[in-house]
Design a protein around this ligand. Structure first.
Ligand code: ADP
Length: 447
């Protein structure tokens, strides 16, 4: 087992990882920018190293500074959290070259999944169902038209290097296609330095359902069930649930089984998430994330398994603590992402939190890095905490969520808490009846 883990992240996820390390008796080092000197994870860590000024590229994305911090403190492993360097293959390779363990998959697996054309090709080869579309990059208009006619309109043109919901264009007819192809290519080139784009069928009312997988480092793969993350705004997840209200046990074990086998065949090691769109009973792969997800706590709530413990165990060569047959799904869990944003306009609302009171009681978990008197710096994303609620079934979970939202107090800044108080009373949400467009339509109506 590792002696000392360096946590290369900030905010709630840095604290989340720190807690797992403490439970496992592992020393912790955190790195932070000058803007985060007062952060909770810095206060609670055994050691901390300031690695630069506020902008991420000079601190949390500065590979040389982070490697230097490992050498100075003698850390033998790095947990990257999510975002920042968590899906940076070069970072994983550099750590390996310094004999420091990257708590995540190999650089090669990160590279494959970071290139969406390659990821889709790999998924298809591994027997994962994919969205019908082009086999690789498409550059010629003629070819684009031929493929679109074959799969049928509407189609979506996506950047191979895309991420964060950027670099996508929908074409509803052949007349739209030329412009969509050209704009998608030039936007991809400008945003990602790679103008490769591909075409797939545009699904009209899908849900976003993702499967939590793990490779144990010995060639075995398991799945921890799915999460439904259909409630999104601008392709950003807002509310996540496990299990999905749309799947039955048979569908769950079928798609889970396909994913676990794919992970084993790939020789993948560590945590991963295979994302699908789901429509009319069919799953369509869209991408794989090779890291821990923001929404992992809903899976932890229904399985009772600490996924960060498992990541650390696998990275240290100790394998998973559970086999597939040990993983049982109990009840229902929902996560609300609480952002420091205006709940109507979604503009960021940094500043000082004058009062912070979190709900408690059975089935409630709050993962947050903030506290009363904490000043939210304006340089990073606006997630300040996550409320995760667990109940024996979805109805109980929703009742408990409503109660927990009433108890939650964040004064001094604006947050998205009022949005969740509205959503928890909505009939479609109560029925689990929503697709990936539901939230944007709802917000448009509210304006
Ligand atoms: P990113 O890496 O930018 O997040 P994804 O491939 O995961 O890109 O897609 C992000 C979102 O875009 C999906 O959650 C879905 O809302 C939408 N999307 C992507 N592909 C399709 C498709 N073929 N049909 C309909 N919507 C899509």
């Amino acid at each position: 087992m590792f002696q000392k883990i360096l946590i290369a992240n900030r905010g709630e996820i840095a604290l989340r990882v720190l807690r797992a390390c403490k439970e496992l008796g592992i020393q912790t080092v955190v790195v932070h920018s000058t803007a985060d000197a007062d952060a909770m994870h810095v206060r609670l860590a055994d050691e901390s190293v300031c690695i630069g000024p506020p902008p991420s590229r000079d601190s949390y994305l500065n590979i040389h500074q982070i490697v230097a911090a490992c050498e100075i403190t003698g850390a033998d492993a790095v947990h990257p959290g999510y975002g920042f360097l968590s899906e940076n293959a070069k970072f994983a390779d550099i750590l390996a070259a310094h004999n420091i363990t990257f708590i995540g998959p190999s650089g090669d697996h990160i590279r494959i999944m970071g290139d969406k054309i390659e990821a889709k090709r790999t998924a298809k080869r591994l027997g994962i169902p994919v969205v019908p579309g082009s086999d690789g990059a498409v550059t010629e208009e003629k070819e684009a038209k031929r493929i679109a006619a074959e799969i049928g309109y509407p189609v979506i043109i996506k950047a191979s290097a895309g991420g964060g919901g950027r670099g996508m264009k929908v074409a509803h007819s052949e007349a739209d296609l030329e412009v969509a192809l050209q704009t998608a290519r030039s936007e991809a080139g400008a945003a990602f330095g790679d103008d490769a784009v591909y075409i797939e069928k545009y699904l009209q009312k899908p849900r976003h359902i993702e499967v939590q997988v793990f490779g144990d480092g010995f060639g075995r793969g398991v799945h921890f069930g799915e999460r439904d993350c259909s409630l999104q705004r601008r392709h950003q997840k807002v509310w996540e649930e496990a299990n999905s209200p749309a799947l039955n046990a048979e569908e769950r074990s079928r798609i889970g089984g396909i994913c676990a086998k794919a992970i084993a065949d790939l020789g993948y090691s560590g945590a991963g998430t295979i994302e699908f769109l789901y429509e009319n009973g069919e799953f369509y792969f869209i991408e794989m994330n090779t890291r821990l997800q923001v929404e992992h706590p809903v899976t932890e709530a229904i399985t009772g398994i600490d996924l960060v413990h498992e990541q650390i165990r696998v990275a240290s060569g100790g394998g998973l603590s559970v086999k597939q047959e040990d993983i049982k799904f109990n009840g229902h869990a929902i996560e609300c992402r609480i952002n420091a944003e205006d709940p109507r306009t979604f503009t960021p609302s940094p500043g000082t939190i004058t009062h912070f009171h979190t709900p408690g009681g059975l089935g409630i978990r709050v993962d947050s890095g903030v506290y009363s008197g904490y000043k939210i710096p304006p340089y990073y994303d606006s997630l300040i905490g996550k409320l995760i609620v667990h109940g024996r079934n979805r109805v109980e979970c929703m009742m408990r969520l409503r109660r927990a939202l009433d108890e939650f107090v964040v004064d001094g800044i604006k947050t998205t808490l009022p949005l969740f108080r509205d959503l928890v009373g909505n009939a479609d949400i109560a029925n689990g009846d929503y697709d990936i467009h539901w939230l944007e339509k709802y917000l448009a109506k509210e304006e």
